[in-house]
Design a protein around this ligand. Structure first.
Ligand code: PMP
Length: 421
């Protein structure tokens, strides 16, 4: 695999970008062979800056739901671009999009649009406080809700006041939730919950319906707002809020990533119960009314309603899970797949410093399959059964590679330190 362009870009980046690429794609957090820069994406495939091609199981960390550069969505976006994007006020598309989302998502009576997931979760927190006139926000320990000071996983630059009145409970643990609610007393503004436990570095877990129902009941008893953060899982589990299937309706839900198939837009959906708070806060951004992502969202949502994209990705996910389990057990490796099949996480048991996972992921990458060693992955509509067969074939070889090199594998310096601390 050529890497010259990527290497050159990394050198240049170090001079003009602090630490090179920042955040989740920083070199410090991925296997050494992973490219940092990309040049093209189409369908289920991704090309790095040197032109190497990969079947991409990250889907841009979620935004790619239908396939990269989907022609139907691109057409809608490009036509709107010619008419107007950022204008002095919103276009009619904002009303239309709010109508469609309220129609699709059962708990929602209204919508607000913003750009990133962090905008939506932060706004949800502010609205819950405005609605209830209380302060305490409960979040599950280890859950990711964005990169603002109140929720970022890294402590640098964050002061205690930024986190004041943000308390934690254990996901899926009713007792822990009950005691956090009791400790908040009459100052509880909101309980945040991810649709399933999709924290980085640890096995994923589906929600226990009893926990979700208890969260709803506790919010009803105390008058607090229940917030489902559907930014990562939204529309990959359901054509509705992800907790609709277990019969739990939140007061607020946050959306982002996928519903415009990669164009920049996020949303906060709410029930009438939270409308007064939503109407009272000052919320805006220079690009929050941009019409192009709204046109893309409308087209994406139309496709979600009219096609079997969801059944398709679940079917492929089942097929892959079974194929990989069989390959791993033949190889005698403790490969552990967790989470919904269309949003899987691959870990190895007894791999505390991630050396096996990193080596296997790198071995997959060398075979043209982009998987992630510690973050959940994503399926998209453009993937095919043939893509799954390619992945299983690559995995069989990658398992052999790892077995062969087991004695010489090294822990990843940064990740090993991070997970042990
Ligand atoms: N919540 C969840 C569950 C997420 O997965 C993410 C992004 N990974 C966010 C919030 C923040 O979204 P963004 O990166 O668009 O700000």
């Amino acid at each position: 695999m050529h890497r010259e362009t990527d290497r050159d870009l990394r050198d240049r980046a170090k001079k003009v970008l602090p630490n090179g690429v920042y955040g989740h794609q920083s070199t410090a957090l991925l296997p050494g062979a992973y490219p940092q820069f990309f040049s093209k994406a189409k369908g289920a495939y991704l090309w790095d800056a040197d032109g190497n091609k990969y079947l991409d199981f990250m889907c841009a960390y979620g935004p790619n739901l239908l396939g990269y550069a989907d022609e139907r969505v691109n057409k809608a976006a490009i036509e709107q671009l010619a008419r107007g994007d950022a204008m002095t006020g919103p276009s009619s598309l904002m009303v239309e999009l709010a109508e469609v989302m309220v129609d699709m998502v059962s708990h929602a009576d209204w919508a607000m649009f913003c750009k990133n997931g962090t905008d939506a979760t932060t706004m949800a927190k502010t609205i819950a406080r405005a609605q209830t006139d209380r302060r305490v926000i409960l979040v599950a320990a280890g859950a990711y809700h964005g990169s603002a000071p109140w929720c970022t996983p890294r402590p640098a630059g964050v002061i205690a006041d930024d986190r004041a009145f943000v308390e934690t409970y254990e996901y899926n643990n009713i007792e822990s939730l009950e005691s956090a609610v009791a400790a908040a007393g009459d100052d509880l503004a909101a309980v945040f919950a991810a649709p399933f436990k999709h924290d980085a570095f640890t096995a994923q877990a589906l929600p226990d319906p009893a926990y979700a129902q208890r969260a709803r009941a506790l919010c009803d008893e105390t008058g607090a707002m229940l917030i489902v953060d559907d930014i990562r899982a939204g529309f990959r589990l359901a054509r509705d809020c992800s907790w609709e299937a277990i019969g739990v309706r939140p007061d607020l839900s946050t959306w982002g990533k996928s519903f415009a198939n990669g164009l920049p837009i996020s949303a906060l959906l709410g029930a009438d119960r939270a409308r007064k708070g939503a109407a009272s806060i000052y919320a805006t951004g220079s690009f929050w009314f941009s019409a192009v992502p709204m046109a893309a969202a409308l087209e994406t949502l139309k496709i979600l309603r009219e096609t079997d994209y969801l059944e398709h990705i679940v079917r492929l996910g089942d097929y892959l899970r079974e194929g990989l389990d069989e390959a791993a057990s033949k190889a005698g490796l403790p490969f552990n797949q967790t989470g919904p099949v269309q949003m899987p996480l691959f870990l190895f048991d007894d791999d505390p410093d991630f050396r096996i996972g990193f080596a296997w992921s790198e071995a997959m990458l060398r075979r043209g399959i982009y998987v992630h060693p510690w973050h959940n992955m994503f399926f998209c509509q453009a993937m095919s059964e043939h893509d799954m067969d390619l992945t299983i074939t690559a995995a069989i070889e990658a398992f052999e590679d790892v077995k062969h090199n087991m004695q010489t594998l090294e822990p990843h310096p940064v990740v090993a330190k991070m997970v042990s601390s």
